[in-house]
Design a protein around this ligand. Structure first.
Ligand code: SF4
Length: 311
């Protein structure tokens, strides 16, 4: 199946998925947390998979079958592997843009040193690049890249693309316990991402069965620290912890507001008190939410924060 969904997504609204890579999975990485399993055959060679016209026809049929209310906000390349391995990616994006629906691509960013890949991605409206680490050793441990990939070139490709791309650039960093979640590694990663100047830096955790069974998410204290470190770099940082938050602010329902906002980012104690005051809510609802294991209190620096509990 080339197209699927639409799937509700906090980042993209209603997103119609496009898989431009036929099975089995083809990727230039074999990330330890990959939810589609281990990459059996890694590659960096771009290949022909589908004629762009075939992708277009499939998407057209899919769009025609949807009710008006289900029409997608984005057509999103989220492939069975790495979408930039498709040599026809640029042509497919161009032809899909005739639907007048913005095109999004989620890429591992490993091939950005290649000008043709950058040129293809520049045709999209929204691009998410994976940045899990900013040192070679950690990059190799977490992403397990194809042998010929060079860390320095990978970073240069990222910087080059961010300087050329005119659409909306976001980053996604997957946090894995004991691999890329130490203070020093987080600071390195945040430093690189700050140079990319993304609209939003997303921090995520493994929430589905990972390629390697021992892979675990960091605990809430560390996720809070990561958010603080990224925010200190001036990054607009949001959490993706496995459930959708709305980040809508104050709705009048304090419990819902707290859960929604904590899902996206930690709430500092003084902000929390202000939120309760605005909602005329009783502070004891915090105890209720903590006992119900919806949120957790964590300390960072001299402050107390509340963060969504995911365990
Ligand atoms: S880049 Fe994506 S598809 Fe490739 S191994 Fe990593 S998580 Fe899986």
């Amino acid at each position: 199946m080339i197209s699927f969904g639409p799937i509700p997504s906090r980042r993209l609204g209603k997103s119609l998925g496009i898989n431009n890579i036929p099975s089995a999975k083809k990727c230039s990485y074999s990330c330890i947390y990959c939810q589609v399993g281990i990459t059996r055959k890694l590659s960096t060679t771009r290949k022909f998979f589908f004629e762009p016209e075939i992708i277009y026809t499939e998407v057209q049929k899919h769009l025609d079958s949807l009710r008006e209310a289900d029409k997608p906000d984005y057509l999103t390349f989220v492939a069975n592997g790495e979408p930039t391995l498709d040599i026809n990616l640029g042509e497919s994006i161009e032809i899909l843009k005739t639907f007048n629906i913005p095109v999004a691509i989620i890429t591992n960013a490993s091939l950005l040193a290649d000008k043709q890949v950058r040129d293809d991605l520049k045709l999209a409206d929204w691009v998410s690049v994976k940045v899990d680490a900013n040192n070679e050793e950690t990059w190799k441990s977490i992403n397990r890249p194809f042998g010929s990939l060079d860390f320095k070139e990978h970073v240069e490709g990222l910087l080059q693309f961010s300087s050329e791309f005119k659409g909306k650039l976001v980053t996604e960093t997957m946090l894995v316990k004991g691999i890329n979640d130490s203070t020093s590694i987080l600071k390195q990663t945040a430093g690189l991402i700050a140079q990319l100047k993304p609209s939003i830096a997303y921090l995520s955790i493994p929430t589905r069965p990972p390629a390697l069974a021992w892979v675990k998410p960091p605990d809430e204290t560390v996720i809070n620290e990561a958010w603080q470190i990224f925010s200190d770099e001036g990054l607009d940082t949001e959490l993706i912890l496995g459930f959708e938050g709305t980040n809508t602010g104050y709705t009048g329902n304090a419990m819902e507001d707290i859960i929604n906002i904590c899902t996206v980012h930690p709430i500092r104690e003084d902000t929390m008190m202000e939120l309760l005051r605005k909602n005329n809510a009783d502070p004891t609802i915090l105890t209720t939410l903590m006992h119900g294991k919806y949120i957790q209190q964590v300390e960072y620096g001299l402050n107390t924060f509340y963060i969504r509990k995911f365990n």
